[in-house]
Design a protein around this ligand. Structure first.
Ligand code: HEC
Length: 397
């Protein structure tokens, strides 16, 4: 569960005024996923109030001042209302899209209600975390067209003064994928990255996700890895990790896997990743899992039906999420496993999805004082268990 942790000093040092630049209407471009004008328009309606209120939220005095109260309140309300519109729109989409849209609506409602109640610290906290929803959705789907840079937002956030990883975060929420990748690449090959743990950084996985999902491009990670391998100060364990990933990239490239969107390729790539692992916490499978997730995200998005194949896709996606996820805000693997079970409780993989889900909740609700699974989660698990038991007792076909 998220706790009200302190904001980073870089974030707090931000400035509060903002010059908004309206984003021009979508331009078409070749070689990308088809554009979705209704989603684009909803996104603009979410982005505009967020662009005004987010920079203010980094300055505690500005956020709490009576002078700004009405405009902040109005923007937070618009953000909440438009997130509710996105949620309504998302019901026509696949369940993963719907899930993240729901999470955005819930976080924006939280930010607004807390602000109304005068609970400014909590409101700011919710506001900062809700941008994780933007990232989760944007980094799971292909780029559709080049979105003009949100210069006004970047200026107000003083993005140039941020840590590179924070900078990359804001580039992803405004869908500047090429710029985000470049920021990550410069950082990972710079002297300021903690080189000894480079292969273990969650941000490295985020980088790979954008390359594979948004850009379907494994060339860039390969070039980055070459840059890293050229460093004279590379510790041996990082060198061997990078060499292993380089082989994975070559293997996947030879198969053209990153451009596929079918279940058979996803299964195959996931198995190849498993075979690369020599011990449980081994990260040699990462490139394969990221690629499998990209294929599965596309499969689910392109086939928003509720059938056995979709159920299996969620199950496999849950496995990749459990191996790759590191956002403490949205835990999508639990949603994936639950969806897999609900869509196909009688399937061979449903009991496995259940075990993984139960394990994930047990780990999630365990601390130094033991395991305290909340009553609603216990009820959910019992409900899913019953679905599986009933379906396995009375097979339909
Ligand atoms: C549930 C999924 C989802 C969530 C959550 C989401 N987005 Fe998006 N967003 C998309 C998709 C899909 C597109 C691409 C639509 C297209 O180009 O057809 C998009 C496009 C955009 C665009 C470009 C619009 C244009 O005119 O082309 C902006 C800006 C944007 N999103 C900002 C945000 C911000 C900021 C947030 C978080 C507050 C956010 N999005 C949350 C799915 C999402």
């Amino acid at each position: 569960m998220p706790s009200c942790a302190a904001f980073s000093p870089v974030r707090l040092a931000l400035f509060s005024s903002l010059i908004m630049t309206a984003l021009p209407a979508a331009a078409t471009s070749a070689g990308k996923a088809p554009q979705d004008p209704p989603t684009q328009s909803l996104m603009q309606q979410i982005f505009t109030p967020l662009s005004r209120v987010l920079p203010l939220s980094f300055d505690q005095t500005a956020f709490e001042s009576a002078k700004n109260h009405d405009s902040i309140s109005k923007d937070l309300k618009t953000l909440m209302d438009n997130s509710a519109n996105l949620e309504a729109h998302a019901r026509k989409k696949d369940r993963a899209f719907d899930y993240i849209a729901k999470s955005l609506r819930s976080d924006s409602t939280h930010a607004y209600r807390r602000f109304q109640r005068g609970d400014y610290e909590e409101s700011r906290f919710a506001l900062h975390n809700l941008t994780e929803n933007c990232v989760a959705c944007h980094e799971s789907l292909p780029e559709t067209h080049k979105v003009p840079p949100a210069d006004g937002l970047f200026a107000a956030l003083k993005v140039d003064q941020l840590h590179p990883l924070e900078k990359a975060h804001y580039y992803v929420i405004s869908r500047q994928f090429d710029d985000a990748l470049k920021i990550y690449e410069d950082y990972f090959s710079s002297g300021s990255v903690p080189i000894g743990s480079l292969g273990m950084l969650g941000s490295f996985t985020d980088y790979l996700k954008i390359a594979a999902n948004a850009k379907a491009d494994l060339q860039r990670p390969k070039q980055l890895i070459d840059r890293i391998l050229a460093r004279p100060d590379l510790p041996t364990h990082v060198r061997s990790q990078m060499q292993s990933w380089k082989q994975s990239l070559a293997e996947l490239e030879a198969e053209g896997a990153v451009n596929k969107s079918d279940l058979a390729t996803a299964r195959k790539v996931l198995n190849q990743g498993r075979e690369r692992m020599e011990f449980p916490r081994d990260r040699n499978g990462t490139i394969h899992y990221v690629t499998a997730a990209a294929i599965l995200n596309r499969f689910i998005h392109n086939n928003p039906r509720a059938n056995l194949e979709a159920a299996e896709a969620y199950y496999l996606l849950g496995i990749t999420e459990s191996l790759l996820a590191h956002s403490y805000w949205i835990s999508k693997e639990e949603f994936d496993f639950e969806t897999a079970i609900r869509l196909a409780p009688g399937s061979a993989f449903a009991p496995k999805a259940y075990s993984l889900l139960e394990e994930s909740y047990t780990v999630g609700f365990s601390g130094s004082s033991g395991t305290h699974i909340p009553a609603d989660v216990k009820a959910l698990l019992a409900d899913l268990r019953k679905l599986i038991d009933d379906a396995q007792k009375n097979p339909k076909s």
